[in-house]
Write a protein that binds this ligand. Structure first.
Ligand SMILES: *[C@@H]1O[C@H](CO)[C@@H](O)[C@H](O)[C@H]1NC(C)=O
Ligand SMILES: *[C@@H]1O[C@H](CO)[C@@H](O)[C@H](O)[C@H]1NC(C)=O
Ligand SMILES: *[C@@H]1O[C@H](CO)[C@@H](O)[C@H](O)[C@H]1NC(C)=O
Length: 453
């Protein structure tokens, strides 16, 4: 009887061991480090030690640990020891060298996520903004032997559940939650940029259209002008976004800003650095949590700085998108450096490059991200129409404003004359028609005159 029991236990153990072996890879230790210092973006790093526990199987790929329900904006994987970046295909990192039975490998995964923290309650005009971040444990298709999550926040931690808190750091080994103070501006935009290329005028016209929303907690009471003025006077902070800082190229000219009501007042500040200027745009009303503001602005730059040519082939290199930052500071506290704050996330982005009429064999040689398509467009006074390069992207990662998009096209010399010729032709025909009509009129007039006399 005893022996039969023992046998049964052995068999069960054997089955369990086989099950373990079948999985093969094991995450022996996993540490996730999350930074909420740059909200609304969440920066996350997962360092994991992967072991091949299988007796014979060799692994060429590693399925990356699962992300929270948050939208993923970018993801990279590296071999920790060598720092070599690993290709990611369908959520699997392709290993540089297959992992043999018994071998271990350390992998770092770096991610940028969106809107990680939720505002808590409503907030008074000058009160602290409090945010909540739910800590979930990392999940994986492979067993995880040990894991922890370390979160750093920009302000005081006010409440926590299942966390060990030390200053502005909270450590979790089980699901939990923290509430913390974060008074920085957080904005979210739907953004469209259009480039109009004109060889004829040596002009690159740029138009930026924004639908902007403040992600701050909703205001507790209705807008209180007195408290706002007090806050301004006392130079204490408040929860209103009063200025939007837009970086524009140094050579930008003919700048304008228009919203649904009309022109918006702006001012320009030259930066200490040579490459850009900063436009200070003041929305018609300060933006409170949940409030929207919609506007567009535009300017021109000389095309020559962005276009290279080889015979009839043209190469246009332009920034993938523009850069914008919101500020709650009062006017006299603004600095150029604030324009570099990455506090505005772009949930939906559309880039449109309108090429000159006659441009053909269009190809997009490089776009940092997004779905690319070419669409035809008939523009004012066009005869044959033109091609528009459209790139659409969602949850755009911060830093995309520093990347370029490269468009190549053929553009024959005569195309430059296409519009003036067509326009000239039309004007000539109209002129001929007008003189014909005139003649008819004159004829009638003389005949009438003839009858009268
Ligand atoms: C805290 O941890 C316990 C045990 O793991 C769990 O049951 C509970 O749901 C956790 N609380 C939160 C808020 O996640
Ligand atoms: C808006 O600005 C443009 C250019 O600065 C100017 O020509 C136009 O008259 C302004 N419109 C209004 C309504 O102020
Ligand atoms: C603000 O914008 C959001 C997202 O674009 C939209 O869902 C919401 O209805 C807008 N609110 C107002 C008051 O316009």
């Amino acid at each position: 009887m005893r022996i039969q029991w023992l046998l049964a236990v052995f068999v069960l153990l054997g089955v369990a061991a086989a099950a373990q072996q079948a999985t093969g890879l094991v995450n022996t230790n996993l540490i996730r480090t999350v930074s909420l210092a740059n909200l609304p973006y969440v920066m996350e790093q997962i360092g994991v030690v992967v072991q091949n526990d299988h007796s014979s199987k060799v692994f060429k790929t590693y399925t990356l640990p699962a992300v929270d329900a948050l939208p993923l904006s970018s993801q990279q994987a590296f071999e920790r020891k060598s720092g070599v970046e690993l290709n990611i295909v369908d959520g699997k990192a392709v290993l540089k060298k297959p992992l043999q039975p018994g071998e271990k490998l350390s992998i770092n995964v770096e991610r940028v996520l969106y809107t990680g923290a939720m505002p808590v309650g409503r907030v008074g005009q000058t009160e602290d903004q409090v945010w909540e971040w739910p800590a979930q444990m990392v999940s994986s298709v492979y067993p995880i032997r040990k894991q922890k999550t370390v979160v750093s926040v920009p302000g005081e931690i006010k409440q926590h559940v299942n966390a060990t808190v030390e200053g502005r750091k909270a450590t979790f080994v089980a699901p939990g939650v923290i509430r913390f103070k974060a008074n920085g501006v957080q904005l979210m935009a739907t953004y469209r940029r259009e480039y109009f290329v004109s060889h004829w005028a040596n002009d690159l016209n740029i138009l930026d259209h924004y639908d902007m929303r403040s992600l701050a907690p909703q205001p507790r009471a209705s807008f209180d002008k007195v408290s706002q003025l007090m806050a301004k006077f006392m130079k204490t902070r408040d929860n209103f976004v009063k200025t939007l800082l837009v970086k524009v190229p140094r050579e930008a000219r003919e700048m304008y800003v228009v919203d649904e009501i009309g022109n918006v007042s702006t001012s320009l500040v030259a930066s200490a650095r040579e490459e850009f200027k900063v436009m200070q745009l003041r929305p018609r009303y300060p933006m409170l949590g949940g409030w929207n503001y919609t506007w567009w602005h535009g300017y021109s730059v000389p095309l020559t700085g962005y276009l290279r040519t080889e015979g009839t082939k043209y190469r246009l290199r332009v920034p993938f998108m523009g850069s914008i930052a919101g500020c709650a500071e009062s006017q006299d506290q603004l600095t150029v450096a604030m324009a570099e704050a990455r506090n505005t996330l772009v949930s939906q982005y559309e880039l449109r490059v309108v090429l000159p009429e006659g441009a053909h064999d269009v190809s997009v040689r490089a776009a940092p991200t997004g779905d690319i398509r070419l669409v035809p467009l008939k523009y004012y006074l066009d005869s044959t129409g033109r091609t528009v390069v459209v790139v659409e992207a969602r949850n755009v990662a911060p830093g995309m404003a520093d990347q370029d998009v490269l468009v190549e096209y053929e553009y024959p010399g005569w195309a430059l004359w296409q519009k003036p010729m067509v326009v000239g032709g039309v004007v000539f025909v109209l002129f001929m028609l007008a003189s014909l009509v005139n003649r008819l009129h004159l004829g009638l007039a003389t005949r009438e005159a003839g009858i009268k006399s």
